[in-house]
Ligand binder design. Structure first.
Ligand SMILES: [Cu+2]
Length: 269
């Protein structure tokens, strides 16, 4: 798959259901462009996976983002996962495509990039079986809407490229945004930095300097019960995992506010 500034180009338009290694090449001007696979449901089209049509017709989405009821169906449908690729570099993910009509999207219903279609032939309900890549690190997404969510991590993150297995064992979709920082991080520091707005006056101590952040780890939105294996290439720096999906059971609070934020050490390779 190639991501450009006008959309997603897929090498295939139709594939049988199965476990796939997807190579993502980013030729767009967005260095953190991402791509994921969402199965469409009755009454929903590729236009429901991006804001491209609204922007083209001059009716942009409201500044606060699309209304929650417009994307509620994404909490119910099958979303296989996805990854991002740094500009011109390879991104790789292994994921399970069950039968159905999919849209390849930028992991955000308000994204300006139009979604691209992919038909997957085969049983829409059958779990995909296949060889499992050997992962260095496993992230299990746990918890319950309205109660709280967390990442449970086993294994050790190491500097360099590695396969990270991500399993959604909760009751809502999740995303893993892994960012790195050259100094030590704490979850309190990250939360305070997310909440800080310059109009609030004095910044919190240890405010994160955005210019020092990098994003070498990313597992795209995935629905309940899915597993994906993503190639991540860590630097020997602090690593934080954060989920930004809103929780409809908690007044659309992002999952990181409900506990889905974790700081990990990265060992020498
Ligand atoms: Cu989440």
């Amino acid at each position: 798959m190639t991501i450009t500034d006008t959309g997603f180009e897929l090498s295939e338009s139709e594939v049988p259901a199965g476990r796939y290694l997807v190579n993502v090449v980013n030729q767009s001007s967005n260095p953190e462009a991402s791509a994921g696979f969402v199965r469409l449901i009755e009454g929903k089209t590729l236009d429901d996976l991006a804001a491209a049509d609204e922007m083209a017709s001059g009716t942009p989405l409201p500044e606060e983002g699309p209304a929650p009821e417009s994307y509620g169906w994404l909490y119910e449908t099958y979303i296989a996962g996805g990854t991002s690729a740094l500009a011109n570099g390879p991104g790789q993910v292994v994921l399970d495509l069950r039968g159905g009509d999919y849209g390849v999207w930028a992991d955000d219903p308000a994204a300006p990039l139009p979604a691209a279609g992919l038909t997957v032939t085969g049983d829409p309900d059958a779990r995909v079986e296949g060889p499992e890549p050997e992962a260095a690190l496993t992230i299990v997404e746990e918890g319950e809407g309205g109660v709280g969510f967390k990442f449970t991590v086993t294994g050790e993150a190491k500097a360099g490229p590695q396969i990270v297995k991500v399993l959604n064992a909760s009751d809502q979709p999740h995303i893993v945004v892994g960012f790195q920082y050259p100094e030590e991080l704490t979850t309190d520091q990250i939360l305070a930095s997310f909440m800080y707005d310059p109009s609030m006056g004095t910044p919190p101590p240890n405010l994160i300097d955005d210019s020092k952040l990098s994003f070498p780890g990313y597992a795209g939105v995935q629905s309940i019960g899915t597993t994906q294996w993503v190639l991540m290439d860590f630097a020997p720096e602090s690593l934080a995992l954060v989920c930004f999906i809103p929780d409809p059971e908690a007044n659309q609070a992002p999952h990181f506010m409900e506990g889905m934020i974790t700081v990990l050490p990265v060992g020498a390779s």
